[in-house]
Design a protein around this ligand. Structure first.
Ligand SMILES: [Zn+2]
Length: 493
């Protein structure tokens, strides 16, 4: 095992988002304090800054070591609400404000030059889009609120399917679009994950408002930024790092990319990703203890930090809010009994982004002795159908899948080796399929075939894989084609 992955111990972060009731937070804090563990609150500061009772509670939590993070001013990276006329006057002077209605201020966005933004031609009439090519109209009907850019003006609009036609709203969702008729007009379909983001000025303004609100509440300045909602386009980690990290001194952030999970062994020196992705499912709100335990065990075995992201929604939990607290207590006990570290977002960021891990030339598989969820299969592995874990190896008696490991962390990019031990019949074939999860998508990273040369004896099988530069996580699948009666394969430790 590489030295870097031994040095680091992944763990759990309990994060609670948005504004909930004071009474619920108090009970939650009492529970966490009882187990001497810390949680993180993702706060929208404009909603709490003028609430003395709420800010007093936040101060108390911060003093006890819990973290109050920045979930943006008004739960958006593209708009902000003013709390009073003086503030509205000040906000109106900001250069990044596109327009406002004295309460809500709509902020500038910027297109990103990427082939993921795809051109099409349609006709335009007032706020209607007609003659949209089938490929795009199907998408707009399926996923409401897609974004398109009107190329001639550079403005971006939201598209809503409205019976047989499509209606445009402003980028911010206002129903005020009146464009001149145009028969064949050029558009770009905007990729929400990679095709548009806030301008630097907009982000800087949002960071200043948060800082001022935290100061006013006499809270330690926020050290962690959490992107709100799933409905807005994703922010780009490079820009978030520049504004929040370099200019405002935040230690970490998450930008909701599907692909970029926080992994151990990342970043390699000089390549900090500054991005953490929360896990919304499962959380104790929608899963019982056994499901949670399995997910935590599996995530940690794959050298990723498990960020439990909750909204304290207890409506569907038996026993309501008290029932939810009980589920958290079971999890806290599980972590304590297995010495699983629980840290706040910033504490994890400090460890992961300020430490450089020696790059390894190995893809390190989850350890086979790790079975915290007690299902008699090493955590992190999914055996293939008809494959079993027996005598410290995955075994099968017919051709097919031996095991898979999805979302394995800590492998970085570049040329890697993966070493297994295997026992079968001379001529048996092992096939390793590798996929890499990058910022934008999952890409194939190789299908490597190895033949066994001995019958009935363990032998070492090495696969060489090249992972792309921006690989965050890898998926592995091992298959076997049998000549004889059976094959066994396992990581070589
Ligand atoms: Zn939120």
């Amino acid at each position: 095992m590489a030295a870097g992955s031994e040095a680091f111990r992944p763990g759990v972060c309990f994060r609670f988002d948005d504004k909930r009731e004071i009474g619920q937070y108090r009970k939650l804090a009492a529970l966490f304090d009882r187990y001497s563990t810390k949680f993180t609150l993702a706060m929208t500061c404009q909603n709490v800054v003028n609430d003395p009772e709420f800010s007093a509670m936040l101060r108390e939590f911060a003093a006890n070591g819990h973290e109050i993070g920045d979930h943006t001013a008004s739960h958006s990276t593209f708009r902000i609400r003013a709390n009073n006329p003086e503030e509205a006057k000040a906000f109106a002077r900001e250069k990044c404000v596109d327009h406002h209605d004295n309460i809500t201020f709509f902020l500038h966005y910027e297109l990103i030059d990427t082939p993921l933004n795809r051109p099409f031609v349609a006709s335009l009439q007032g706020n209607k889009l007609r003659d949209v090519p089938e490929e795009f109209s199907g998408l707009f009907r399926k996923r409401q609120e897609e974004l398109v850019c009107h190329v001639a003006t550079g403005k971006v609009y939201r598209v809503y399917a409205d019976k047989e036609q499509f209606k445009l709203k402003s980028f911010w969702g206002e129903d005020n679009v009146r464009l001149a008729d145009e028969h064949k007009s050029s558009f770009l379909h905007i990729h929400k994950r990679a095709g548009i983001c806030s301008t630097e000025e907009s982000l800087r303004f949002l960071a200043r408002v948060s800082r001022d609100a935290f100061r006013k509440m006499r809270l330690p300045l926020p050290r962690f930024w959490m992107q709100p909602g799933g409905y807005e386009p994703f922010q780009q980690p490079e820009l978030i790092r520049k504004i929040y990290g370099e200019e405002f001194g935040y230690l970490g952030a998450d930008c909701y990319p599907k692909a970029a999970f926080l992994t151990v062994g990342e970043p390699e020196s000089g390549r900090a990703v500054f991005s953490m992705t929360p896990v919304f499912h499962p959380t104790p709100e929608n899963s019982d203890f056994f499901t949670m335990r399995r997910r935590v065990a599996s995530t940690l075995a794959k050298r990723c930090v498990f960020i439990n992201c909750s909204h304290l929604a207890s409506r569907n939990v038996p026993g309501g809010f008290e029932g939810l607290l009980k589920r958290y207590e079971e999890l806290l006990i599980f972590c304590r009994d297995n010495q699983i570290p629980i840290r706040t977002c910033s504490e994890w960021a400090k460890i992961l982004y300020k430490t450089s891990h020696p790059a390894s030339d190995q893809i390190t598989l989850p350890p086979i002795q790790h079975d915290w969820d007690q299902n008699n299969i090493p955590d992190g592995y999914d055996p293939g159908k008809a494959a079993v874990w027996h005598d410290n190896a995955f075994v099968r008696t017919s051709s097919g899948e031996l095991f898979r490991v999805n979302n394995l962390g800590g492998s970085n990019s570049g040329e890697k080796k993966l070493t297994l031990r295997a026992k079968g019949t001379s001529g048996d074939t092992l096939i390793l399929n590798v996929q890499a999860r990058t910022w934008e998508k999952t890409v194939p990273a190789g299908r490597i075939v190895r033949k066994l040369s001995r019958t009935g004896e363990w032998e070492t099988v090495t696969f060489a894989v090249t992972l792309p530069d921006d690989a965050a996580l890898v998926h592995l699948r091992l298959e076997a084609i049998l000549q004889g009666k059976g094959i066994a394969a396992a990581p070589r430790f």
